[in-house]
Design a protein around this ligand. Structure first.
Ligand SMILES: Cc1cc2nc3c(=O)[nH]c(=O)nc-3n(C[C@H](O)[C@H](O)[C@H](O)COP(=O)(O)O)c2cc1C
Length: 388
């Protein structure tokens, strides 16, 4: 696909995605909570860090294979859970899971996927599949989801803790974004000028929450915030986390940690990894960026579990910076969704290729042939670099 190969960066894929998607949907992916300060900081705090290259190092062989939640991955990268991916491209979750499987990296399916977990598992055989769970009010429904995930071959359970309620996202409010899409003059116009997207959307059967077929009451037009409020348990606490984690007899990862105190609580449950994340700036604005929160959390964890950085990772060099600050790997959301919306499975494959190539060349030119071996000394300290 010529168009995808012309994308030199994840930012280029984002522009291609913008040309493919109706504006309301593009903004649902692109946007964050409130004035989007945290969303911007996720990016700018990584950008601010400066790498310290060393030359005349033998980098003829480079190694970026890592262990992720107890299993080898070809790259230090996880495709993160993102709701409604099947809206951005027909069978979007299956497409992304297939691209991840082909690249040898994990794919984490969202609770709120369009395709059901069984469809994704069948469509991406051999992949390292993770299932992300929100805490549901309906315990029996939650148990049924866990049972189905186990039976269809999901290896890792990812518990997302930062969604007691949905964040207030200005762009979605302005766009009056609902599920199903409400036909207004604005949305009809947006869709009319995106015929390729609309054709795919129609052919794929529209929006649904595949994991909840038959178990949610039929509803009218509903904002995502209202869907979350109806479904998710704002009363979930650490006892809930411990109880639900204990129901899973495989690796558990805990997503949405932003403070050393919560990292401590999480580590006490013995997870395979914790994910330092503010949900891509989509939950509470004015909380720290993932990159800013990372060093103190790494220090608090002290190697007792793997730490994964999630938020603002759009460059191979971001993977290096995260490793230098002590993360074992990164999770990405929009980075692969832009590829998905630009070109389905091939677009996600292109996004992964971009991360891989940027990482590989970055490691070579930095004089760091082994990803796992990258440490603090790969970053400049002082005003240009890592806080000393
Ligand atoms: C469109 C979209 C939908 C998301 N849906 C979920 C979700 O269902 N569950 C979840 O744990 N995180 C969800 N997230 C957050 C991502 O898993 C991830 O934390 C975030 O995208 C990381 O930031 P990045 O986009 O800068 O990589 C979503 C993010 C986006 C952009």
């Amino acid at each position: 696909m010529g168009k995808l190969n012309r994308a030199a960066s994840i930012d280029d894929l984002r522009l291609q995605a913008r040309r493919h998607l109706p504006r309301t949907i593009f903004e649902f992916i692109d946007g964050g909570a409130g004035g989007e300060r945290t969303l911007r900081a996720n990016r700018s705090d990584l950008e601010r860090l400066t790498l310290k290259p060393r030359v005349a190092v033998n980098v003829a062989e480079r190694r970026a294979v890592v262990e992720l939640a107890g299993q080898a991955a070809a790259l230090p990268l996880v495709l993160g859970p993102t709701g409604l991916a099947g809206v951005y491209w027909p069978q979007g979750e299956v497409a992304a899971a297939r691209a991840a499987a082909a690249a040898g990296i994990p794919f984490c399916l969202s609770t709120n996927s369009v395709a059901s977990m069984e469809e994704v598992a069948e469509g991406a055989p051999g992949g390292d599949l993770w299932f992300q769970l929100y805490f549901l009010k309906d315990e029996a429904l939650m148990d049924a989801l866990l049972e189905r995930a186990r039976n269809s071959g999901y290896r890792v359970l990812c518990l997302t803790l930062d969604l007691a309620v949905q964040g207030r996202r200005d762009r979605d409010i302005r766009n009056a974004f609902t599920i199903p899409f409400r036909p207004t003059l604005k949305t009809v116009f947006e869709t009319a000028i995106r015929p390729a997207w609309f054709a795919g959307f129609l052919q794929s059967g529209g929006v649904r929450f595949g994991n909840f077929e038959g178990s949610l009451p039929k509803q009218g037009f509903m904002s995502i915030a209202a869907h979350i409020a109806a479904l998710c348990d704002a009363g979930a606490d650490w006892d809930t986390v411990a109880r639900v984690a204990a129901k899973w007899d495989g690796p558990v990862v805990i997503k949405g940690i932003l403070s050393p105190e919560d990292a401590e609580r999480a580590v006490a449950l013995g997870p395979e990894a914790i994910i330092v994340s503010n949900h891509g700036g989509r939950q509470l604005d004015h909380v720290p960026s993932a990159a800013a929160a990372l060093p103190d959390i790494v220090a608090a964890v002290g190697g007792r579990t793997q730490v994964i950085l999630d938020g603002g990772v759009y460059r191979g060099t971001d993977l290096i910076k995260a490793r230098a600050m002590g993360a074992g790997a990164c999770m990405v959301g929009r980075g692969f969704l832009w590829g998905l919306a630009a070109g389905g499975q091939a677009g996600v494959a292109r996004a992964i290729d971009i991360y891989r190539e940027e990482l590989d060349i970055g490691m070579a030119l930095l004089g760091q042939p082994d990803f796992d071996g990258i440490g603090r000394d790969a970053l400049l300290t002082g005003p240009e670099g890592y806080p000393s």
